[in-house]
Design a protein around this ligand. Structure first.
Ligand code: AMP
Length: 355
């Protein structure tokens, strides 16, 4: 089931007026609303039940108004009030996950970015097809446990956030894995994780040229992942298991990082190839995306995942990052989204950044 309205009909609700930015009150909403407000756009908080109280504690990031529904799955009932308000929905990880990619993709409200990306990102197989076609190095995948020749990470389909992942040092240790659903066995890459926050504008004139527009690097983080990040204190996974604990990768926070400057060309090349292939495959990814990978000691960057929307790691950089400071002062990803909307509107090119 897709949207009922055509793209033109949907976009008619924002043409000729100053748009408001709407998003679900969670994840990176403070930054998104803050960015909208600095850029002089309206901000609408979508919430389940009462508006969360924490917005009272952050006056510069409080939306102008809230629209509330009893349950997440009732969010589509807000379609007409959102269109009436000239709203543009900004997707973030929690929004898409809670509502589900299909229901999100069917929303009859203008969405920032190309909603066609959802089908490519939410399915690990299609995501791999895209990244491999782009020539991006990825961790090896083993078709069968008998092929395993080193440490591996076993991922269940749809287990976002790494809950229930199983690590095995070698093929023998994999014998302790008793699957409870469909899974993939992947090479466990030893190295340093970098989550790179990019922004692709198809309408921008200057900068690092890719496709019809430019590629920007706005920040970088590493995730704090409970309880695996504490593993070194116990020495080995077996210690955790002996203690009756299963290692998990549940994200509990983020820390800022920067890359060796000499590795920046590699970072841009990987991101540019992902954008170029997206243009070929489904008309292009627009706006923020995050390339998530591991830099090995051979300085090879192996990508295990890509998030095709604003990631929570960008929350570190509400007032800019060591990268975005070299583009413009005080440039968060949330603010960059609001700017893109304004630029597209001024240039009469909204259809290129909304879907
Ligand atoms: P994912 O759900 O694919 O984003 O993975 C969750 C977490 O598992 C990541 O943030 C990494 O810490 C870790 N991870 C995923 N894939 C690999 C891999 N191939 N090698 C090592 N660690 C990985």
């Amino acid at each position: 089931m897709g949207p009922r309205l055509s793209t033109d009909e949907r976009l008619a609700s924002v043409v000729g007026r100053s748009p408001s930015i709407a998003t679900l009150c969670s994840h990176s909403s403070l930054q998104i609303f803050h960015g909208a407000r600095i850029e002089g756009l309206g901000a609408i908080g979508l919430c389940v039940g009462e508006p969360p109280r924490f917005y009272d504690a952050f006056p510069l990031a409080r939306p102008d108004r809230f629209l509330s529904v009893p349950r997440v799955r009732d969010l589509p009932t807000l379609e007409s009030p959102l269109r009436d308000a000239g709203a543009v929905i900004v997707p973030h990880g929690s929004f898409v996950e809670y509502l589900g990619p299909e229901a999100f993709g069917a929303l009859d409200v203008p969405v920032f970015g190309n909603r066609a990306v959802l089908g490519w990102e939410s399915d690990r197989e299609k995501e791999r097809e895209w990244l491999e076609a782009a020539g991006v190095p990825m961790p090896n995948r083993y078709a069968d446990a008998s092929e395993v020749d080193g440490p591996v990470i076993v991922k269940y389909y749809g287990a976002k956030g790494g809950k229930g992942f199983f690590l095995a040092k070698n093929r023998e240790a994999l014998a302790d894995f008793h699957p409870t659903g469909p899974y993939v066995i992947q090479e466990y890459v030893l190295g340093t994780r970098y989550y790179m926050h990019f922004f692709y504008s198809p309408i921008s004139d200057g900068g690092y040229r890719v496709g019809t527009g430019s590629l920007e690097l706005l920040g970088m983080d590493r995730r704090d992942e409970a309880n695996i990040d504490e593993l070194y204190k116990l020495g080995a996974q077996e210690e955790l298991l002996r203690a009756g604990l299963r290692p998990t990768f549940v994200v509990t926070g983020n820390v800022p990082v920067i890359l060796r400057e000499s590795l920046l060309p590699k970072a841009f090349e990987v991101a540019a190839r992902i954008v170029e292939k997206s243009i070929e495959l489904f008309g292009g990814m627009v706006g923020p995306f995050c390339v998530e990978g591991i830099m090995t000691e051979e300085l090879e960057y192996k990508v295990f995942e890509i998030s095709t929307r604003i990631v929570a790691g960008t929350n570190l950089f509400v007032s800019g990052s060591p990268y975005s400071d070299l583009i413009a002062p005080d440039l968060s990803t949330g603010r960059r989204i609001a700017q893109e909307l304004k630029h597209a509107r001024a240039a009469g090119r909204l259809a290129e950044v909304l879907s």
